[in-house]
Design a protein around this ligand. Structure first.
Ligand SMILES: Nc1ncnc2c1ncn2[C@@H]1O[C@H](COP(=O)(O)OP(=O)(O)OP(=O)(O)O)[C@@H](O)[C@H]1O
Ligand SMILES: [Mg+2]
Length: 362
């Protein structure tokens, strides 16, 4: 190892990270300049043959796609369970809860390994849905505590806004895989009842798209994963978009289908919940700031990439008094980068207080 790198690794400088621990993907940005993003999933070998072939007990990131048939996939927050829905409401058995919590720990361990932190005290700010339950926050804390000296959990849209310095007069809409979170920025940390969360996101679009394809083209062989890929390639809410021609097998023979209208209809399931979220959060806000919030609506999260969404939302908010909608440029890292900025801005004594609070909660 070069001497300079070794000095950095051996210093006592705090090692700060921001983490967006999403339903679909986990992104991490560290104060040492490293960052990475992987699917929020772990692949477990299906049997001892698979285990021997893989040479490990857990598979992460891009490798999961390469060995998909040899592993069982565990997505700890699948369908929003343990993230914004409690295990009892999601109908998870105790075994399933354990399996998911273990997976969450493993994924957290993997992303922390990937950013190669040094020896100083380790602090993390981690994004959670605006109205995450105590159980959900506890799952995040349990997953993170083996890797950090102190952890702070912050609403995901707040992280995005903080990262861009939009602390006043901005309404952030985070369109993730599991939830749409809307958070107004007033220059201070918003209370849970000032924010809005809907249990609908990219996963719901994928399920709708799969179902619409199956109805329209019953002969086509298609999976949920294929539907997600079609959406990510052609996703739009507009009428005037390029044709979405995809290939799906029919009895094993690759066949082309035009699913332009189906994709648009599936993607539009997000529009009403977003407009409702904007309406409710604006209505709950100080009346003197409502116009300012509507005039600065910032879309983040993977779902913000749907073509035409900004224009369609502007049309939707016209009946609420009109507004302007823009989207963040780097939706993959916007939340994690904002969380890192928060992490680095927090004074050391506050981290020390959190360290003892975390220890009591554990
Ligand atoms: N180009 C794209 N067009 C439309 N949707 C996309 C695109 N790229 C990714 N997505 C979708 O964005 C979602 C993932 O977004 P994001 O990474 O913000 O979610 P998350 O943070 O994991 O979820 P959550 O915030 O709900 O916990 C997935 O549903 C994914 O399919
Ligand atoms: Mg998210």
């Amino acid at each position: 190892m070069p001497a300079q790198n070794k000095d950095v690794l051996m210093s006592n400088k705090p090692q700060c990270v921001g983490i967006d621990f999403g339903t679909f993907k986990t992104s991490i940005v560290a104060s040492n300049g490293n960052r990475d993003s992987i699917m929020t999933a772990v692949g477990l070998p299906k049997d001892h043959i698979a285990r021997g072939m893989l040479g490990c007990d857990e598979v992460f990131g891009d490798r999961i796609g390469q060995v998909r048939t040899a592993v069982n996939l565990v997505r700890p927050f699948d369908c929003g369970a343990l993230k914004y829905t409690d295990s009892s409401a999601a109908g998870l058995s105790a075994d399933e809860v354990n399996r998911r919590c273990k997976a969450a720990k493993s994924i957290m361990g993997e992303v922390v390994r990937r950013v190669e932190l040094g020896t100083g005290p380790r602090y993390a700010v981690i994004g959670a849905p605006s109205q995450a339950s105590d159980e959900a926050k506890n799952v995040i804390l349990q997953a993170a505590s083996p890797h950090f000296d102190a952890v702070m959990i912050v609403a995901e849209p707040f992280c995005i806004a903080y990262g861009f310095g939009h602390l006043v007069g901005t309404l952030v809409v985070d369109i993730g895989a599991g939830t749409i979170d809307v958070c107004p920025m007033f220059g201070t940390y918003p209370k849970p009842d000032q924010q809005y969360s809907a249990s609908v996101g990219g996963d719901a679009v994928d399920r709708e798209l799969l179902s619409l394809i199956q109805q329209a083209h019953p002969d086509a062989q298609v999976t949920l994963n294929m539907a997600r890929q079609f959406k990510e390639k052609f996703g739009t809410v507009s009428d005037d978009q390029e044709r979405a021609v995809v290939v799906m097998p029919v009895e094993g023979v690759p066949t082309e289908f035009d699913i332009t209208d189906i994709i648009r209809d599936a993607c539009r399931v997000l529009v009403e919940p977003i407009i409702e979220g904007i309406h409710k959060t604006v209505a709950m806000s100080d009346p003197e700031f409502q116009a300012q919030l509507r005039g600065n609506i910032l879309l983040g999260g993977g779902g913000s990439q749907l073509r035409g969404l900004d224009r369609l939302l502007e049309t939707g908010v016209e009946k609420l008094g009109g507004g302007k909608v823009t989207r963040v440029n780097d939706c993959l890292y916007a939340g994690a980068a904002g969380a890192l900025k928060l992490c680095m801005a927090m004074p050391a004594e506050n981290w020390e207080q959190l360290r003892s609070q975390n220890a009591k909660a554990a």
